[in-house]
Design a protein around this ligand. Structure first.
Ligand code: SF4
Length: 281
């Protein structure tokens, strides 16, 4: 019977910072880092994983390499995942993790899973353990590390931020339905092939009777029309300015307007709200 330590990397800033923090704070622990690969990740995610592996000095295990998004899409009759029918998180994120640790638990090992919930996220819960030997730890919460603390960890370690933060506020699948409309606009701009692929998935889903489009109530073919893109961009800018004008000015930490990390709560409670810890941390 062994003691195992595992830490899930999502491709986002919080879990990357947690990996750095755990490595720095508990260098004696032999942590297995893992990434559940949906097969529909942005290229920037793989680039960031490579960077992080360089810092950690060990590979990040890729779980789920065979049964990716396309496999499960077929199983679900080509219905797109949505907030109402969120098969993607269950099948692509949770199930591979549970399958991976099952033999460890069956062998009587104790598995400690480190989860990147920050001290400023009182409202979030981590993965609820269903097994006595699976222990979930929240080191950021215990150490009082908030969003700014996460940024400091990534800056000072040299790992930095994934490049997609230049245009997108969250990690997760390329086509995630939690994406803001402005992020779909930017996906088209940055990765036009991926946007076209998303349109094909959507068309196929609608032809199979799916009631869901990627972004609620608006197929991507409508969203990409120039007048709609203009409207979405202007709406976003207005909301951003409104949000920034409400922030107190701290001379020690000036807001850098174009950095998504300073504004990624903008849409927190409407579009993009409800995104989960498993995918987006
Ligand atoms: S990132 Fe989005 S689409 Fe991907 S598994 Fe998570 S909720 Fe589903």
């Amino acid at each position: 019977m062994a003691e195992k330590h595992v830490l899930g990397i999502s491709g986002g800033k919080d879990s990357a910072a947690l990996a750095v923090f755990v490595r720095q704070t508990y260098p004696e622990l032999d942590v297995d880092y893992f990434f559940t690969d949906t097969g529909k990740e942005l290229p920037e995610v793989y680039e960031f994983l490579g960077m992080l592996e360089g810092y950690l000095g060990k590979p990040i295990l890729r779980l789920n390499p065979k049964r990716g998004f396309d496999f499960w899409l077929r199983e679900y009759n080509n219905f797109l995942p949505s907030a109402q029918t969120r098969w993607c998180t269950r099948k692509l994120k949770l199930a591979p993790f549970e399958q991976w640790i099952r033999p460890m638990l069956a062998a009587g090992d104790t598995v400690t899973s480190y989860v990147a919930i920050r001290a400023d996220e009182e409202y979030r819960e981590g993965y609820i353990s269903k097994h006595d030997n699976l222990i979930v730890k929240l080191p950021f919460r215990e150490a009082g590390i908030d969003k700014r603390g996460v940024m400091d960890i990534l800056d000072s370690s040299g790992v930095g931020l994934p490049k997609y933060y230049d245009w997108r506020s969250r990690s997760g699948c390329t086509f995630c339905f939690f994406q803001q409309k402005i992020e779909w606009v930017r996906l088209k701009d940055r990765h036009p092939d991926a946007f076209d692929e998303a349109k094909l998935y959507e068309k196929n889903a609608l032809e199979h009777g799916s009631p869901f489009t990627w972004t609620e109530g608006e197929p991507l073919g409508e969203l990409e029309k120039p007048e709609r893109v203009k409207q979405i961009t202007e709406d976003y800018e207005r909301r951003k300015q409104r949000e920034l004008s409400k922030r107190p000015i701290n001379p020690l930490r000036p807001v850098i307007e174009d950095r998504i990390e300073d504004i990624d709560d903008l849409y927190g409670m409407d579009e993009g709200g409800g995104a989960c810890n498993i995918c987006h941390k």
